[in-house]
Design a binder for this molecule. Structure first.
Ligand code: MLT
Length: 309
């Protein structure tokens, strides 16, 4: 039996077993009914507005973004927030690739079409032929992908797109790309967000939601996009002005909107593909993120170390 204090960790979402195993019962009480917890562990639970108990010394988010955590208010109380940057980057990259392929090959509409087809109809062959014509798409290779935000996810997306034979241009509104990350040399550096929106046929957004990135894509710069362009948003809902996107889709000024945040304005549009925030939802990513934050929590609670991932 380990000696020393036993820490209470209030766990407000389902967290992968691999992560919880890093908080062994000999040293940790974990669950959703922990009185006077030493730490709080969440995935999607929104802690804004929650009365964080005075006993809490640290908060951990098993994911990359921290929008659901009142980071500044906790910081003012000296409470560190741990997250898992990069822990789900590969999962998000793979879903972005799926989104690009779905858009390029009209798979959303094609699946809906097949759903509506009577498979016993005597003219089934003709109907399938109609679908084949209606949903002809384009190949990703040789088309231009613009990546806005070249952090962990954006860099992986750019790299994968290069490997698919795409022409890739990238821009990051926050950092000097050259200094911060190494991207494949084939990625062209764009001058601005607008430069990307004007020139890329597919545009994928990978920026965090902060004041400067709220409605980064808005009616003004959407108007500069090609009318057959595909906009992919796997970052955060508020990065795109959804009302402006809906208007652009309606007016035929945008080819397709692929997003991981369904809402009433865009989700059911015939040229939109909306997913229920699935980017990080793979077994591997859930394990990675949970393990990363559980280890940070342990290091902090047992040794007082504050480290970033
Ligand atoms: C993230 O910020 O990494 C994702 O939102 C994680 C998640 O889906 O929980």
């Amino acid at each position: 039996m380990a000696s020393g204090p036993v820490f209470g960790v209030l766990v407000l979402n389902q967290i992968s077993k691999a992560g919880l195993e890093r908080l062994p019962a000999a040293r940790y009480r974990t669950g959703k009914d922990i009185a006077q917890p030493d730490a709080i562990l969440v995935r999607s639970a929104d802690l804004h507005g929650m009365d964080i108990p005075a006993s809490v010394q640290a908060v951990a988010r098993a994911g990359a973004g921290t929008n659901n955590i009142p980071v500044a208010a906790l910081g003012a109380r000296g409470i560190p927030v741990f997250n898992a940057p990069g822990g789900n980057a590969n999962a998000v990259k793979e879903l972005v690739l799926a989104g690009m392929l779905m858009a390029a090959r009209n798979l959303g509409a094609a699946l809906r079409f097949v759903d509506g087809v009577d498979l016993q109809a005597p003219d089934l062959e003709r109907r399938i032929e109609d679908g084949k014509k209606a949903f002809a798409g384009f190949e990703l290779a040789h088309h231009t992908l613009g990546v806005i935000g070249l952090g962990k996810v954006g860099s992986l997306v750019a790299d994968a797109a290069i490997k698919l034979g795409m022409d890739v241009m990238g821009f990051d509104p926050e950092i000097t790309v050259e200094a911060a990350w190494s991207l494949p040399s084939q990625v062209r550096r764009a001058a601005s967000v607008d430069d990307v929106l004007r020139n890329a046929q597919l545009v994928s957004l990978h920026v965090p939601l902060v004041k400067a990135t709220r409605h980064l894509v808005h009616a003004g710069n959407l108007a500069a996009m090609r009318s057959d362009a595909v906009l992919l948003n796997f970052s955060r809902e508020g990065v795109v002005d959804d009302a402006a996107v809906a208007a652009a889709l309606d007016a035929g000024r945008l080819g397709c909107y692929v997003c991981d945040f369904p809402n009433e304005r865009t989700a059911r549009h015939p040229r939109a593909i909306a997913l229920p925030h699935l980017g990080a939802s793979t077994r591997e990513a859930e394990d990675n993120c949970a393990v990363m934050v559980a280890e940070q929590l342990r290091d902090f609670l047992e040794h007082g170390n504050v480290r970033n991932a």
